[in-house]
Design a binder for this molecule. Sequence first.
Ligand code: SAH
Length: 396
Amino acid sequence: MATLTLHPGKEKSVLRRRPWLFSGAVAQLDGRARPGDTVDVVSHEGRMLARAAWSPDSQIRARVWSFDAAETIDHAFFKRRVTASVARRAALPELSGQHGLRLIHAESDGLPGVIADRYGDTVVVQLTTAGADKWRGAIADSLLKATGCARIYERSDVEVRKLEGLEAVTGWIHGTASDDELAITENCVHMAVDIVGGHKTGFYLDQRDNRRRLAELARDRRVLNCFCYTAGFSLQALAGGAREVVSIDSSGPALATAQRNLALNPQLDASRALWREADVFAELRNMRGAGESFDLIILDPPKFANTAAHAERAARAYKDINLHAMQLLAPGGLLMTYSCSGGVSAELFQKIVAGAALDAGRTARIVQRLQGAADHPVDLAFPEGEYLKGLLLQGD
Ligand code: SAH
């Protein structure tokens, strides 16, 4: 096995159990290692610190599998980690009965580069790093054993794989399904999940609790759901008794699935749902011009910043939509606003939203801070894992 030696002082972050080793921390690699191979990580004095996956093409040169020098990285290692991750979900009452559930949340479950989501008896895996890619077989096999699921589909088609020198990989790893579209039930609403063509692994599971919260707030309100995707928030608003729900997305296919999802739920009053295929930035302005007003607005945009380097551009985009949404908010109305950009901290997001309120000429107060559901945990040693943050605001 090759040995990766760190520069003096760079062992500190590993000792604090931080899993990423950036290029600037690496002094040298002794021995041969191909992308994804496991390397021993040692301090400049030769003290064994961790075992990590080597990613020569990425600025994150290595990601730690284990901080235990005695632990071997083999099939049994992945079986232990995957089993523990699945067991953690089973131990939380709000998660144990879910049809749609994140089983593995990468670094925060001790498995950098590994995402696994369960939809009924199908697991969808996404492997984003060279190390994760290398252990595909062990990860898939462990997931099948730990869950008893019938099928595993791979959706490793994310952009970040390019930074690792990896091609996109998609397709069935185990079993097949005749119909690629699956359905789950979330908070009593049925939702189709397109694991082959949908975003992420098909669905935004991280917003489960927040969608339930929305249902509690929606009664008799006129609701605007911006960036609605397949209507997760919209259908919860209808289930909660909203007077009307206007949903906007720029993607035709997402809106087509959204309407199919509505049809899957005959208990909901479809006549209260209106759909607009449009750019949210432009449509918020148009609606202001048309004198529209809403009692409850949801802003759940896509990631505007992957890294802190893009935070400034992202800040302008967040400010723009929040400012224009606040101008559409009826007196006393509620705004549920999110950022899923890793490069924008919760503190920065709050500042941006405060600036938007000021420029909109509105006062508002935070009534709740919102985050991802419990199947998207954040390892205390890896605060970067906290990508989703939201604010529930009550306007004056
Ligand atoms: N709230 C959704 C997830 C939102 S994902 C849920 O709970 O499932 C972000 C969505 O924003 C995607 O559907 C994408 O098509 C859409 N989108 C991205 N840019 C947009 C824009 N400028 N205007 C409108 N929709 C946009």
